[in-house]
Design a protein around this ligand. Structure first.
Ligand SMILES: [Zn+2]
Ligand SMILES: [Zn+2]
Length: 378
C-alpha cells in the first residue's frame, strides 16, 4: 500500500471526533435509532457505499474488494440507554433521560471510520467487508433481526470491538472461547384471588428461592440468581391480589442454568400451597454466550502486538454479563474484544450517568479494525 493505514487514520481523526460528539449529543433508545440511522446513511450515500437496511434502523454496508472471495463482517451497535447524563461534558446528551452510556456512539464512529477508509483503499482489498450498524443491542433485539433477514449470508468471520472505561486508554483485552455468561431467568405471577396479600407471598417466595439456591449451589459456584423487579397488579386498598416477580439468572455453565430454573420452579411449588394461591412461572429462553474462536483470537492478538505493542494486550476471563454479538457467533466464527478508553486513568463502569469514554480511543480502535481486516485477507 502506498500510503500507510495509520496515515489515513491520522488524517481523519478530527472527523472521527466530530462524528462521535454528534452521536453522543443525540442518543436514541434501542430500535428507535431513527435519526442515527439517517445520519449513518447520509455518510454512506455521500461516499457511494452500497448498503442494505434491516429491522427498524439497522444498516449493513458492503465494501467489495478488487479481488478475493473471503468476506469479513465488522459489527458496531448504535443504541443508547434510558439514563440521564451527568458528565457535564460540553457535548453531553441533549435528549432528556437518554444517554450513550455504553459507548455505542464510539462503536458507530468506529464503523463509519472503517467504512470511509476501506472505501478509499478498496483497490487494495483482497476480499469483501460487511460493516454492520446494529440497532437494539441493549435489549438483545438487533442481532436477531440482522440474522433473520439473512444479511450475513456468505460471511466467513465476524469481529466486534467494545469500549470500556475500566481499562487504560488503548489497552485491548480478549480471551479464548466462552467470554460471557448464559443468561435467562423467569417471571412469577402470584395470584391469591383476594384470599391473601400477594405482596406477603412475594416476600416468602423470594426467601424460598434464596434458601433453595443456597442448598443446591456451593459458594464456589459462579452464579447470579437475583430478583430484578416486583410489581403489583390488581391492587385494592385492602390488599394486592396479583404480584409479578421477575428473576434474572447468569452462569458460565449451561448445566447450572437448568438447576437455577428448577430452583425457581421448586420455590413456586413450595410456596403456593402455603398461601392457597396460584403461582405461575414463565421461564425465559437461555441466551447464547460470546464464544471467541481460537484462530481469530490469535489473529487479533497478533495484530494488537504488532501494531500497538505487547503491553497493549491483556488476556481476560469471562464476565457475568451478556452481549447479543453471541448470536452471530452461533453460526459465524469470530472474536469479541474490549478496548480501554479510561479518561485520565479514571475507571468507571459502563451504564452509569457519569460514564464517558475518551475520544482518543477513536483512532486506535479504527486503526486496529483496519489492520485486522488486512491481516485476515493476507
Ligand atoms: Zn450496554
Ligand atoms: Zn454495549
Amino acid at each position: 500500500m502506498n500510503k500507510k493505514i495509520s496515515e489515513y487514520v491520522k488524517e481523519n481523526s478530527d472527523f472521527f471526533t466530530a462524528v462521535r460528539h454528534h452521536l453522543h449529543e443525540n442518543p436514541e433508545l434501542s430500535c428507535k435509532e431513527y435519526e442515527t440511522h439517517k445520519y449513518i446513511a447520509s455518510f454512506l450515500n455521500s461516499w457511494q457505499i452500497p448498503y442494505e437496511k434491516a429491522g427498524e434502523t439497522s444498516i449493513v454496508a458492503t465494501i467489495r474488494g478488487k479481488t478475493g472471495k473471503k468476506t469479513i463482517a465488522i459489527r458496531g451497535d448504535i443504541d443508547a440507554l434510558p439514563i440521564q447524563e451527568k458528565t457535564g461534558l460540553p457535548w453531553q446528551s441533549k435528549s432528556e433521560g437518554v444517554m450513550h452510556a455504553c459507548g455505542h456512539d464510539v462503536h458507530t464512529t468506529f464503523m463509519l471510520g472503517v467504512a470511509k477508509i476501506l472505501n478509499e483503499v478498496r483497490e487494495q482489498l483482497t476480499g469483501n467487508v460487511k460493516i454492520i450498524f446494529q440497532e437494539g443491542e441493549e435489549i438483545g433485539a438487533g442481532a436477531k433481526k440482522i440474522m433473520d433477514e439473512k444479511l450475513l449470508h456468505g460471511v466467513d468471520t465476524i469481529i466486534a470491538l467494545h469500549d470500556t472505561q475500566e481499562l487504560d486508554l488503548g489497552v485491548f483485552s480478549l480471551g479464548y472461547e466462552t467470554m460471557s455468561s448464559y443468561g435467562s431467568g423467569g417471571s412469577f405471577l402470584i395470584d391469591t384471588e383476594g384470599k391473601n396479600n400477594a405482596i406477603i407471598v412475594a416476600g416468602e417466595l423470594v426467601s424460598a428461592v434464596t434458601a433453595i439456591a443456597n442448598q443446591r449451589f456451593s459458594k464456589s459456584e459462579q452464579i447470579v440468581l437475583v430478583p430484578t423487579m416486583i410489581k403489583t397488579e390488581g391492587f385494592s386498598e385492602k390488599m394486592a391480589s396479583r404480584v409479578r416477580v421477575v428473576y434474572n439468572s447468569r452462569t458460565l455453565n449451561l448445566k447450572n442454568e437448568k438447576v437455577m430454573q428448577k430452583v425457581l420452579a421448586d420455590a413456586a411449588k413450595n410456596i403456593a400451597p402455603l398461601f392457597d394461591c396460584k403461582i405461575r412461572l414463565e421461564l425465559r429462553k437461555v441466551g447464547n454466550v460470546v464464544y471467541n474462536d481460537r484462530y481469530f483470537t490469535n489473529l487479533a492478538a497478533d495484530v494488537i502486538k504488532t501494531h500497538f505493542g505487547p503491553k497493549s494486550l491483556i488476556f481476560t476471563r469471562p464476565v457475568m454479563s451478556g452481549e447479543d454479538f453471541s448470536l452471530y457467533q452461533k453460526t459465524i466464527p469470530g472474536v469479541f474484544i474490549h478496548i480501554g478508553g479510561a479518561v485520565n486513568k479514571e475507571y468507571r463502569a459502563l451504564h452509569t450517568s457519569k460514564t464517558c469514554v475518551d475520544d482518543k480511543i477513536l483512532p486506535i480502535g479504527i486503526e486496529f479494525l483496519l489492520q485486522y481486516v488486512f491481516a485476515y485477507f493476507s
